[in-house]
Design a protein around this ligand. Sequence first.
Ligand code: V0V
Ligand code: CO
Length: 148
Amino acid sequence: MLTRIDHIGIACFDLDATVEFYRATYGFEVFHTEVNDEQGVREAMLLVNETSDGGATYLQLLEPTREDSAVGKWLAKNGEGVHHIAFGTGDVDGDAAAIRDKGVRVLYDEPRHGTMGSRITFLHPKDCHGVLTELVTSAGLDPAEDAH
Ligand code: V0V
Ligand code: CO
C-alpha cells in the first residue's frame, strides 16, 4: 500500500547552488547526500516532514554525474525542474507486481538500490499520464531486510 509521498525528485545543473537556494529561501536543510553510480546522480535529500507510517517526506535534488544518465538526458531536453514523484510503501515488491498486473510498465524486474539504503523501482511516465513515478521502501521499513 502506498502510504505517503516519499519524495519529489528535482533535476538541477548545480547541486550545491540548488541546495543553497532551498536553504536560503525556505529554510530546508540537507538531511543526507549520496552519489548513486548506477543511477548516475549526485543527490541531496532535504527533510520536509515525518509521516504517520514511520517514514518521511523529502525533496530530492538531483545533479547528473553523466550526460547519458536518465537525469542528464532529461535536463538536456527540458532544463531544470520536477523530474519524478516517489510514493512510499512498506512493500515495494508487492506493490510493483500489483501495478504491473494493471498493465503499467514497471522499469525494473527487481527493485534497485535507492537513497539511504532504500529499495526503489520506477513506472514508465508514458503509462502514468506523463509523470515518472517511483516506488520506494525505506531502509528500516522494509520487511525484506530481515530475509537478507
Ligand atoms: C522521460 N520522459 C519523461 C521523463 N523522462 N516524462 C516525464 N518525466 C520524466 N522524468 C519522456 C520523454 O519526454 C519521452 O517522451 C519519453 O519519456 C522517452 O524518453 P527519452 O528521453 O527517450 O528517455 P528514455 O526512454 O531513454 O528514458 C526514459 C526513462 C528513464 C523514464 C525510461 O528516464 C528511466 O529509466 N528513468 C528511471 C530512472 C531514473 O529516472 N533515475 C534518476 C533518479 P516523448 O518525447 O517520446 O513524448 S534516481 C532516484 O530517484 C534515486 C536514486 C532515489 O530516489 O533513491
Ligand atoms: Co527518487
